[in-house]
Design a binder for this molecule. Sequence first.
Ligand code: GLU
Ligand code: MG
Length: 454
Amino acid sequence: MTRETVRAVAEDLAAQGVVGVTVVWVDNNGISRSRTVPVSRLESVAERGIGITPLFAVFDSLDGITFGHDGLGTPSGDIRLVPECDRLVRLYGQPGFAWVPGRQVAADGSPWPYDQRGVLERQVERGERLGLSFLAGYEMEFQLLRPEPGSEQLRPTHEGPSYGPLRMLAVDEFAEQLLRDLGGNGIEVNQFHGEYGPGQYELSIVAADPVTAADHQVLARQTIHAAARAHGLRASFAPLVELGQVGNGWHLHTSVSRAGQNVLSGGSGPGELGPEGAAYLAGLLRDLRAVVAVTAPSLSSLHRRRPGYWSGAYDFWGVENREAALRLVPGSTLVGAGNANIELKPSDASANPHLAIAAVLAAGLGGIEDGLTPPEPVAQDPGTWTEHQRSERGIAALPSTMAEQLDALMSNKRIRTALGEELADAFRAVREADVAWAAERTDAEVLAAHRWLY
Ligand code: GLU
Ligand code: MG
């Protein structure tokens, strides 16, 4: 955007009563961070950015700063947070504010290796060089809680039948405002429904190009929190809110096209996968463990992922198999071939969405470049099989400890390279800092500490 256009945008916002612009990025814990500037400063900030510490790359989930990554070992230095003004949105539900995603650049304006946005842009460009384009879309599950009258105690908004209209009625005014605000903020919604767990709801967003999909997920978080606050509710996006409950998955759907044709459909492979679509899927499966270390990275994620919960506990794929880590949703005659997509179940709010989508695309593109072929799909739940039956089919549980998960990430050159070596190592360091923090705490305390982070 030219300087003149930014000035015109700022003047227009001011005329509409907007006073502040909040520049947002998501850190390596999946936590949104921000700086708000008066609208009169937008023009200058668009040009020069806002000074922030380089250490945000090594903030852990509990706001501790780890020096466990060599590249960011001192408190000295400054980087700049630059708003992506062409993505600025006036917040429909917070009329005094506008929202804009930020890019982190080095103090001299050059690329900053820890900028998560840039990581995703690189994978999109890599696809473009191969003649491929992508769509991505998130489903966001969350729990809505309401204070008990006269107490600080929070209770799920509804305990009744899953998926029912009574569950929506319990949050009627919130639901109405949310749909209105999302529309006003430019986010297209597929559907919104009461989910399975107590007080659990799910919002799915219409698929878009990968960077927009990541940005919209971040904006949708803000929109949900604002609407919840306006109606005296609190929204928890934590992968697991309470021990023993169902988790909150933020399933990530992607599809790949060449020359406008979705390569996940129209072929003769299982589920009608075309050859490139099959290779994309096989690439995802090959790198699944490292991908999941990025898409469901936290201690809370490890608690969420259990067999039998549709959260993707085992490394296999299936056609419409909801227990599979990778579920192929074929494009039927009814919904159209273009709608075929692959859903990644081990994906949640503790992931940085830009990094998460980048890791998925990197794995899939690797599969296409190497011409991989996937194994046969599985229609059952391997969690009900014996260990022997699983190993005969080459199926294993995804990591259940952080050490295993980090080992999967750091030993995978393809995914590490996609993140960039510096960022990958900073990511490892913050995960290890989370583990050190949790060492003396109970599982319940760990989950409680993650409950309101996202
Ligand atoms: N709540 C489940 C999860 O943790 C997903 C349920 C569903 O497939 O909608 O991912
Ligand atoms: Mg769901």
